[in-house]
Design a binder for this molecule. Structure first.
Ligand SMILES: [Zn+2]
Length: 257
């Protein structure tokens, strides 16, 4: 079996790179053969890259999350574009809109998001989307500016009605541990109805552990729980489901593992 963790914050597992490498080894033993680690802090990206450079199974997504909107690093556009040219960088993000936490104001968040969509277009990269209670505004922006390589709704949190409105766009839907929660009916319905070619899975390490790992800090090795939940909801064979999702991930990020 091959699993592809499309969204983990490896640098947040522990400050100690040895602990990070242990988590990656442990993930491999649990069939996680590839991980996209999300670097949403320009200042620490170089360190993450150095710590993990020997890991052939780790890819990088770089971007500025809406939480940083009130204190943007100087020259962030040039720095981001420069970093994104590095070998192993496969996406821009996470970026998007977060109306739950109300970082800055909406205008500032929208501006920061749109600028990164444009950088992704220029660099021919896909985008990892962060959406909290901002689906309708994100949809409006995507209709105007979706970059050619498309976007992934990371940790999909909207319902099936919303997914249907976005299906005509070049959009992927990535499910995290939240889909394993018994009361997450909106996610169950979406994960059941989506065409399999549009599905990705992620751990969102160290956040959102699957229900069986409640109370623990999440790790890529727990990704199997999410895969099992969705395969069961869809009434599909686990091996076939995970292999197709792995191929979807390789195609979306344009990598071969
Ligand atoms: Zn994240």
């Amino acid at each position: 079996m091959r699993l592809f963790d499309t969204h983990a914050h490896i640098s947040l597992i522990d400050d100690d790179p040895i602990e990070q490498l242990i988590a990656i080894r442990e993930a491999k033993k649990s069939n996680v053969h590839a991980i996209v680690t999300i670097c949403s802090n320009i200042d620490t990206f170089e360190k993450t890259f150095e710590d993990l450079q020997s890991e052939k199974s780790v890819f990088y997504s770089v971007g500025i999350s809406p939480s940083a909107v009130e204190e943007l690093p100087p020259n962030w556009q040039e720095r981001l574009a420069h970093i994104a040219n590095r070998k192993g960088v496969v996406a821009i993000g996470e970026t998007g809109l977060d109306y739950y936490r109300k970082y800055g104001n909406k205008r500032e968040q929208i501006e920061l998001f749109m600028q990164q969509l444009d950088i992704a277009r220029e660099l021919d990269l896909p985008v990892v989307l962060h959406n909290r209670e901002a689906g309708e505004d994100i949809l409006k922006i995507l209709l105007e500016r979706i970059p050619p390589r498309g976007v992934v709704f990371h940790c999909y949190s909207e319902n099936w009605e919303f997914a249907k409105k976005t299906l005509d766009l070049n959009v992927m839907y990535s499910f995290a541990g939240s889909v394993t929660y018994r009361n997450a009916r909106h996610l169950h319905e979406t994960a059941t109805n989506l065409p399999i070619e549009r599905i990705l899975i992620e751990s969102e390490t160290p956040f959102i552990p699957p229900s069986k790992r409640h109370g623990k800090r999440n790790r890529p090795a727990y990704l199997i729980d999410t895969a099992e939940s969705i395969a069961k909801l869809r009434n599909e064979d686990l091996e076939e489901f995970t292999e197709q999702v792995f191929l979807n991930s390789e195609k979306f990020f344009d990598v071969s593992v």
